[in-house]
Design a protein around this ligand. Structure first.
Ligand code: NAP
Length: 249
């Protein structure tokens, strides 16, 4: 029995890294997968083909997560094709690091628009349908940086902390209708996003990780399978860390 058999999922930002791993695990587990990307059209074709090989429906949409009209059009198309939407994984995210003294208004706005406003857009677009269904699972990919803060990442930390507050509010607002919302806080995961981290900083991150290694995208994807599935029907409003023990509550 597949854990997500027949469910319809949207994953934002899934041409590489964590989003791609989630898309693959979802397809393996029987979900129909719609995913978005901003510019990597070639990779999107590859992902679509890889997912379809699992015998599910897969479709990639070029849609900037920070553009409300584009996101609404994607969600409308998914609902028109499938008649429902069961899981939304808000994964698309960027960094725009700088010390506060040097951070421009544009650096601030772009990160907030892509990482935080995007979550409002997908949620708003899908909520009416989920309310009618009386079911749904929102999974928002935050970060340990949203919980703890990080020097040089005030914009990113604010966006990721904002996601957590948003998710808890959503969980309270729609829980009575069978809709769940949870945040995941990954720690240090090996993707292109973290490839850019200098060797010295990397070593200091690893020192603080009890498991003494970076996480793999598939290890975040495993939790997304659980939260999207009926194995987690009494879990909502939580922040779940996938961080090798970096933060212990
Ligand atoms: P990544 O390797 O940089 O991949 C990002 C994906 O998102 C790509 O498919 C990219 O496609 C897409 N994307 C970026 N901006 C987009 C936009 N405006 N609209 C639609 N799609 C967009 O990133 P990652 O490391 O997998 O991170 C995924 C999520 O996990 C992010 O939210 C990140 O903040 C979070 N996270 C990552 C780590 C980590 O250690 N890696 C830790 C904590 C949290 P295009 O290139 O086509 O735009």
């Amino acid at each position: 029995m597949k854990l997500l058999e027949g469910k319809v999922a949207l994953i934002t930002g899934a041409t590489r890294g964590i989003g791609r791993a989630i898309a693959e695990k979802y397809a393996q587990q029987g979900a129909h997968v719609a995913f978005t990307y901003r510019s990597s059209a070639g990779l999107a074709e590859e992902v679509e083909a890889a997912l379809s090989a699992y015998g599910i429906t897969a479709k990639g949409y070029q849609a900037d997560a920070g553009n409300m009209a584009a996101v609404q059009a994607v969600v409308d198309d998914i609902i028109a094709r499938h008649g429902r939407i069961d899981i939304i994984v808000n994964n698309a995210g960027i960094t725009g690091d700088n010390l506060l003294l040097r951070m421009s208004e544009e650096q601030w706005n772009t990160v907030i628009q892509t990482n935080l406003n995007s979550v409002f857009f997908t949620t708003k677009a899908a909520l009416k349908t989920m309310l009618k269904q009386r079911s749904g699972s929102f999974i928002n990919i935050s970060s340990v940086v949203g919980v703890q803060g990080n020097a040089g990442q005030a914009n990113y930390a604010a966006s990721k902390a904002g996601m957590i507050g948003f998710t808890k509010s959503l969980a309270k607002e729609v829980g009575s209708r069978g809709i769940r919302a949870n945040s995941i806080a990954p720690g240090f995961i090996a993707t292109e996003m973290t490839d850019a981290i200098p060797e010295k900083e990397l070593e200091s991150w690893l020192t603080g990780i009890p498991l003494k290694r970076p996480g793999q995208p598939s290890e975040v994807a495993d939790l997304c399978v659980f939260l999207g599935s009926d194995m987690s029907t009494y879990i909502t409003g939580q922040v779940l860390n996938v961080d090798g023990g970096m933060i212990m509550a």
